[in-house]
Structure formats: structure tokens, C-alpha cells
Write a protein that binds this ligand. Structure first.
Ligand SMILES: Cc1ncc(C[n+]2csc(CCOP(=O)(O)OP(=O)(O)O)c2C)c(N)n1
Length: 319
């Protein structure tokens, strides 16, 4: 599949923006500006980017507790997201949701969730709504390998298959669910192998290679848009940091971390674009500088924003 130059550059810029956002979050968390907990997407940027590169604004995504990258790739505003992490009133959820409860319905970002696997049936529902309304909207549902062992995975994917819904299920397999390695929680080599039980295609892709993700997800999105039903994609990837900020991460062997870090998805893609002469060193520097400046602005916005008022605590609470 030939990928247009504009798309190739968008993917590079998006991955850099996600990385710079996450690095800044790590710093701000350490400085005590972010309450609650945050889960870093550093190392996994190619998955959100290569997948969401196929979506239109009106298409949907369903995210996870590790969701900052999904929102950025879908076109979310880094200022509003940073403000949400800082628990400020100007944040996506008025400062009441924090890192794991980001949503932006204007760009089809249906939500992130702290309950592992809970996004899967919601994505199935979004797919059903598109069919009932007669639109060609596609939903991409992201979740981890740990989520694939939860009942909602079976229920959500089975129903999407039976009703032939336009949903692409993407398992971001970073090999660990907190301290549990997939090798001890899965008795088949790949999460994607489970697709056979639902009668849908199951595909494994290198989640550290953004163009490979782009090509694989492209076929699945086209299939979904053409009324042919869902696909289960497993992107093999790795989180470079602990499960959450503050996690000592001692359960993972250092050699394993070192090996995966050699495959940094941004470094390898940058090298590829330079070799293809689609980017110059100078442009790389400019893109990086722009991303750093954007995150400075986002932090400034968050710091200068007010906290919600005490009297607003029960607003937007539904029972
Ligand atoms: C239903 C449920 N069970 C357990 C937890 C605690 N928990 C939070 S994240 C996590 C691991 C999730 O692993 P995975 O789905 O592989 O995603 P990753 O964190 O690796 O991206 C667990 C068990 C939870 N939040 N929700």
C-alpha cells in the first residue's frame, strides 16, 4: 500500500506530539501537579497513530486507562487534556475525571475508562448505532492484553461478529498486565488467535512499526466500512515505563526492557523517513521544537486555570 507523503509526515508529527505530551506528564506528575494516577503510553505511540490515521472526524474510538495517545491522534486538544490531568475546571471533564476519564464527543472520542475491558461492549454499541442510523462510521476499540482475558471481551466481540458491526478491535499487547506476563495468562501464542472463535479475521502486527500498523488497520477499516464486519488486530508493543507513574517495575527483566527500547517506534520511523528523503534533520528539529512549545502552552494553560468550585461537586453527576 503506497502511503501519501502528507500522511507519512502526519504520522511522524503525531507520534512526536504524543511522546512529548507523555514526557511532560511524567515531569508534572513528579512535581506534584497531577493528582490521581497516570499510565504512560511512551513506547506504544505507533499503534494509536497508525490506526487512527484511517479515521474521519465522525468515526469513533474507544480508549483505555492508557489513553492520552489515542485522544491526541484523534485530534484532541492537549491544553484541555493537560488541564483535566491537573484537575482543573477547563479540562475535558471539568477537572473531575482525570487521566482515565477523558472523552471528546465532538471528535468521536467516546471515552477512556479505568475499568479494564469496559470499552469493548461500548465500542460494539457504537458500531450498532452506526448501522441503525445508516452511516458509514467505523469504531476502533483499543484495549490491552489483560483486557482480553475479561468476559466483556468475549461478549463484545462475539456480538459484533454476529451482528456484522463496523468495529475494529485492537489489542495493544505490551506483554504485561501490570506485573502479569501474557505468557502466564494466555494459553495460545497470540491474542489474535482467539478471533477464530468468533468467525472474524485475527491479525498480528508489529506495533513498533507505524507503517505496518497503518497497512493492517487499513484493511480492517475498509472491511468494516464496506459492511463486512469486525476484525481483531493484535499489535505487539511495549510500554517503556512502569504500569503507572510511581511503579517500581521490578517484575520486568532489564534485558527485556533494553531490547524493546532499541526498537523505539519514533527513532526507527524517523530513520526511515530520513533515508527516504521525506524529512530533513532540520525538519525533525522543527517538529520537535513545535511539539515541545505546544506542551509548554498546555502546562501554562493548566497551571493558570482554576480548580472546580466546591459547590459544583455534584453537577454532572447522574444517578
Ligand atoms: C475490571 C478491572 N480489573 C482490574 C483492574 C486493575 N487493573 C488496572 S490496569 C490493569 C492491567 C491492564 O492490563 P492491560 O489490559 O494489558 O493494559 P495495559 O495496562 O498493559 O496497557 C489492571 C489489572 C481494573 N482497573 N479493572
Amino acid at each position: 500500500m503506497a502511503i501519501e507523503k502528507e500522511k507519512l509526515l502526519w504520522m511522524f508529527r503525531t507520534m512526536v506530539r504524543i511522546r512529548r505530551f507523555e514526557e511532560r506528564v511524567v515531569r508534572e506528575f513528579a512535581d506534584g501537579n497531577i493528582p490521581g494516577s497516570v499510565h504512560s503510553y511512551i513506547g506504544e505511540e505507533a499503534v494509536a497513530t497508525g490506526a487512527i490515521a484511517h479515521l474521519k472526524k465522525e468515526d469513533y474510538i474507544m480508549s483505555t486507562h492508557r489513553g492520552h495517545g489515542h485522544l491526541i491522534a484523534k485530534g484532541g486538544e492537549t491544553e484541555k487534556m493537560m488541564a483535566e490531568l491537573f484537575a482543573k475546571k477547563t479540562g475535558y471533564c471539568l477537572g473531575k475525571g482525570g487521566s482515565m476519564h477523558i472523552a471528546d464527543l465532538d471528535i468521536g472520542m467516546l471515552g477512556a475508562a479505568g475499568i479494564v475491558g469496559s470499552g469493548i461492549p461500548i465500542a460494539t454499541g457504537a458500531g450498532l448505532s452506526a448501522v441503525l442510523r445508516g452511516t458509514d462510521q467505523v469504531t476502533i476499540c483499543f484495549f490491552g492484553d489483560g483486557a482480553s482475558n475479561i468476559g466483556r471481551f468475549h461478549e463484545g466481540i462475539n456480538l459484533a461478529s454476529v451482528w456484522c458491526l463496523p468495529v475494529v478491535f485492537i489489542c495493544e499487547n505490551n506483554l504485561w498486565a501490570v506485573s502479569v506476563p501474557t505468557s502466564t495468562s494466555l494459553n495460545v501464542p497470540n491474542v489474535a488467535d482467539r478471533a477464530v472463535g468468533y468467525g472474524i479475521p485475527g491479525v498480528v502486527v508489529d506495533g513498533m512499526d507505524v507503517t505496518a500498523v497503518y497497512e493492517t488497520v487499513g484493511e480492517a477499516v475498509a472491511r468494516a466500512r464496506n459492511g463486512k464486519g469486525p476484525t481483531l488486530i493484535e499489535a505487539k508493543t511495549y510500554r517503556f515505563r512502569g504500569h503507572f507513574e510511581g511503579d517500581s517495575g521490578t517484575y520486568r527483566p532489564q534485558e527485556e526492557i533494553d531490547e524493546w527500547m532499541k526498537r523505539d517506534p519514533i527513532n526507527s520511523y524517523q530513520k526511515k523517513l530520513l533515508e527516504m528523503k521525506l524529512l530533513t534533520e532540520k525538519q525533525v528539529e522543527a517538529i520537535d521544537k513545535e511539539a515541545l512549545a505546544e506542551m509548554d502552552e498546555a502546562v501554562k494553560f493548566a497551571l493558570e486555570s482554576p480548580f472546580p468550585e466546591l459547590e459544583e461537586t455534584l453537577d454532572n453527576v447522574f444517578t
